[in-house]
Design a protein around this ligand. Structure first.
Ligand code: G3H
Ligand code: 13P
Ligand code: ZN
Length: 311
């Protein structure tokens, strides 16, 4: 099956009370692990690529890796640009084979965010590509942009109808207390998400797909393996899975996961190298890293997203 957009996926996820995992991909092993997990569980899938991933692996390599995944399975898969910073990068991905792009104008003033999102939506829709935009800012690190917790701000529900009406975007990422990276809350701080904001946004945008960024759970198993094998990740903490399950049952149709993949891959590699310090063939340690990524994605699909069997 060729790449699909997220249109049908989101409609079914919205109606069915589950969410689609949007997993960041940076190399072959990650693409393989995610795709195999989704194929085993017959789950629809979004593979997403950041500007940093394009810089690291190059656009063409990533597109071809995702095309290879399509040859291995008949799953519906969307290829999405994560956090497109401006019109140019969105255009480059739309022209270069992506089926979905995010224009992230969340750090811009409201009117400028609208203007750039509208421009991207018009260009994308002309080519059959769908668009995600964001209102409100998340704390954390995306590429070179490090937003500290103080300058992050929740989405204001009273802005969402005007934003969606005037831009014509297909989905909206909102800020309700999630954040990027593996250190989402301060030590001793109780994880908290503003479900009241999500509810208010959903009421104002009936039937409209909402996106949650910064939604890794930072699963203790992988952090513990990393720390037990020479790593040093003190105070790593993510979003509790029961909160993500609650979000997945609501208007949230897309849940972004990157840090959890990084932790699983690193855990596999560190564990392998600690057990076999004499190894230097990447196929040996990447096999273990890839296995943990697959295990993690299966867990997310079954226990958090609810997308098993929905392909
Ligand atoms: O939201 C950010 C994603 O985790 C991508 O991270 O920009 O380091 O590739 P990256
Ligand atoms: P995490 O850092 O929580 O995995 O978030 C990833 C993300 O939002 C990608 O856009
Ligand atoms: Zn994000």
């Amino acid at each position: 099956m060729p790449l699909v957009t997220t249109k049908d996926m989101f409609q079914k996820a919205y109606d069915g009370g589950y969410a689609i995992g949007a997993f960041n991909v940076n190399n072959m092993e990650i693409v393989q692990a995610i795709t195999e997990a989704a194929a085993d569980l017959k789950s629809p899938l979004i593979l997403q690529v950041s500007a940093g991933a394009r810089k690291y692996a190059k656009h063409n390599y990533l597109v071809k890796l995702v095309e290879a995944a399509l040859l291995e399975t008949d799953l519906p898969i969307a290829l999405h640009l994560d956090h497109g910073a401006d019109f140019e990068i969105c255009k480059s991905c739309i022209d270069g084979g992506f089926t979905s792009v995010m224009i992230d104008g969340s750090s811009l003033p409201f009117e400028e965010n609208i203007a750039v999102a509208k421009k991207v939506a018009e260009y994308a829709h002309d080519k059959g590509v769908v668009v995600e935009a964001e209102l409100g800012t998340l704390a954390g690190i995306e590429d070179d942009v490090n937003v500290d917790a103080e300058s992050a701000s929740y989405t204001q529900p009273e802005q969402v109808e005007e934003f969606v009406d005037r831009t014509g975007v297909d989905s909206l990422a909102i800020a309700i207390g999630t954040s990027h990276g593996a250190f989402k809350f301060k030590p001793g701080q109780k994880p908290m998400l503003r479900f009241d904001i999500l509810d208010e946004v959903s009421k104002r945008l009936p039937g409209f797909p909402i996106v949650l960024h910064g939604a890794s759970s930072v699963i203790p198993k992988y952090v513990d393996i990393i720390n037990a094998n020479g790593g040093k990740l003190d105070d790593a903490i993510g979003i509790p899975e029961d909160m993500l399950r609650q979000a997945a049952r609501s208007a949230v149709c897309k849940i972004n996961i990157d840090s959890d993949l990084r932790l699983a891959l690193t855990a596999g590699i560190r564990e392998h190298m600690a057990a076999h310090p004499e190894h230097f063939d990447p196929r040996q340690y990447l096999t273990d890293g890839r296995a943990y990524v697959k295990e993690l994605v299966s867990h997310k699909i079954k226990e958090v997203l609810g997308s098993e069997g929905k392909a």
